[in-house]
Write a protein that binds this ligand. Structure first.
Ligand SMILES: C[S@@+](CC[C@H](N)C(=O)[O-])C[C@H]1O[C@@H](n2cnc3c(N)ncnc32)[C@H](O)[C@@H]1O
Length: 345
C-alpha cells in the first residue's frame, strides 16, 4: 500500500505492513481497532484503508490534526491556492508576532518565524473542514525544516552554519515555505480518502481514553536499555503543540530551558521509566476483553520478556512476532534493534 511519508520519531510507516501480515498469519479477526498512541496516524490509515473502523488517539493535539487531515478530511477539500493564500498577511487583519518575538534564533530564522505567525493566525479563519489540512501542511513544513526533524534543542546554528558535509540537509531545510506548502498539499490530496472511512479521533492520555475495540493497538514511547535521560515526545514536538494554542504560548514558555520549551501537552504517563510498567499494567487491565497488540523494540527497557510477563497477567495466549530489523528513520545507529509485536489473545 502506498503511504504518506512521515518524519516522526517512532513512526511505524516501515513496519505497518508487517504488523498487518503478522495479524493475518495468526488469523486475528477484528472489525474495529483502537490506536491508542496514534502518532502520525499511519497505522490508523493502513487499517482504515483496509476497511476497518478505527479510533485514533494521541495525547498531542497537533498529531490529532494530522490524523484528521488524513482520515477525516475528504480529498479535494484543501487546494494549493488555499495553502499559498495562508502565507499572505490579509490587509484588514491585525497579526500578533508571538513566534517572531519569543523564538528569535531558536528554531527558524526571523523571516520564517514571521511566516509561521502569519499562517497560524490565518488558519483560524478557515472553515472547520479545511483547518486540519492546513495544519497538516504547516506542521510537515515546520518538521522538514528542522535539523533531525525535532525541537528538543536550540540548534538553528546547525542550519545556518552549514558545511559542505551536510549540504544535502541544507537544501532540504532551505526550501521555501511556498514550495513546501505546494508539495505537502499535493501529497495530502494524493492520500486523502474520496469516501471517508469510519474513523474517530480523540485527544487524551491513553489511560483516560474510554473507547473500546476488537483490537487495541499499543505503541507507547520507547526507552532505551541504557539509563540515559529520556527525551519525551513532548520535548521533541512541544513547538508544534504550542502552535495549537498560539495566543497562550507566552504564558506557557519554560524560561528555564534554553530552547524555550512550551508546556502544553506535557504529561508523564508512559514517559517516565520508573512508572512505565505501572502505566502499562493499568492500560492492559482496562483492555483485557480486547485482543491486544503491543509494539516494542528488542533493544529497549523493559525487555520483551518482561513485557510478555505483563501481558500474561491479562491474556491467556501470548504470541511474539519478530518483525525484523527496522532502525528508526530518525535513529539509524540502532542497528541491533528488532521490532517486536506482542499479541495477547
Ligand atoms: C511510538 S509513538 C507512536 C507512533 C505511531 N504508531 C506511528 O506510527 O506514527 C508514541 C506516541 O505516543 C504519544 N503519547 C505519549 N504519551 C502518551 C499518552 N500518555 N497517551 C497517549 N499518547 C501518548 C506520543 O505523542 C507519540 O505520538
Amino acid at each position: 500500500m502506498k503511504l504518506p511519508v512521515t518524519r516522526y520519531y517512532g513512526s511505524k510507516r516501515r513496519v505497518v505492513e508487517k504488523i498487518w501480515d503478522a495479524l493475518a498469519e495468526h488469523h486475528i479477526e477484528f472489525n474495529t481497532m483502537l490506536d491508542l498512541f496514534g502518532g502520525t496516524g499511519i497505522v490508523s490509515y493502513y487499517m482504515a484503508k483496509s476497511g476497518k473502523t478505527v479510533v485514533y488517539n494521541d495525547i498531542l493535539s497537533f498529531n490529532c490534526e494530522i490524523a484528521k487531515a488524513l482520515l477525516q478530511s475528504p480529498k479535494g477539500v484543501f487546494s494549493e491556492a488555499q495553502a499559498l493564500r495562508l502565507l499572505q498577511r490579509e490587509p484588514n487583519r491585525e497579526y500578533q508576532t508571538i513566534i517572531e518575538d519569543y523564538f528569535d534564533d531558536i528554531y527558524y530564522p526571523r523571516d520564517e518565524n514571521r511566516i509561521i505567525d502569519t499562517v497560524v493566525q490565518n488558519i483560524t479563519y478557515l472553515d472547520e473542514a479545511e483547518k486540519s489540512s492546513a495544519y497538516y501542511v504547516l506542521f510537515q513544513s515546520c518538521i522538514i525544516k528542522r535539523p533531525f526533524n525535532i525541537f528538543h534543542r536550540k540548534n538553528l546554528n546547525l542550519r545556518t552554519g552549514f558545511t559542505e558535509a551536510n549540504f544535502g540537509n541544507k537544501t532540504t531545510w532551505e526550501q521555501s515555505f511556498e514550495s513546501l506548502f505546494v508539495k505537502f498539499t499535493r501529497e495530502l490530496n494524493e492520500f486523502q480518502f474520496v469516501e471517508l472511512p469510519h474513523v474517530e479521533v480523540t485527544n487524551m492520555s491513553a489511560l483516560h481514553c474510554n473507547r473500546d475495540a476488537d483490537l487495541v493497538y499499543i505503541d507507547t514511547p520507547y526507552f532505551s536499555e541504557k539509563r540515559s535521560a529520556a527525551i519525551t515526545y513532548h520535548n521533541r514536538y512541544h513547538f508544534l503543540e504550542g502552535l495549537m494554542h498560539y495566543e497562550n504560548i507566552p504564558n506557557q514558555i519554560n524560561q528555564v530551558k534554553v530552547n524555550k520549551e512550551i508546556r502544553f501537552g506535557e504529561n508523564p504517563e508512559f514517559e517516565k521509566r520508573n512508572h512505565y510498567l505501572e502505566d502499562l499494567n493499568t492500560l492492559l487491565n482496562r483492555h483485557q476483553q480486547s485482543i491486544i497488540a503491543l509494539s516494542y523494540t528488542s533493544a529497549g527497557f523493559p525487555s520483551i520478556e518482561e513485557l510478555c510477563n505483563v501481558m500474561r497477567q491479562y491474556k491467556n495466549h501470548v504470541l511474539i512476532c519478530n518483525l525484523g530489523n527496522h532502525s528508526f528513520a530518525l535513529n539509524r545507529n540502532n542497528t541491533d534493534r528488532q521490532e517486536v509485536l506482542i499479541i495477547g489473545l
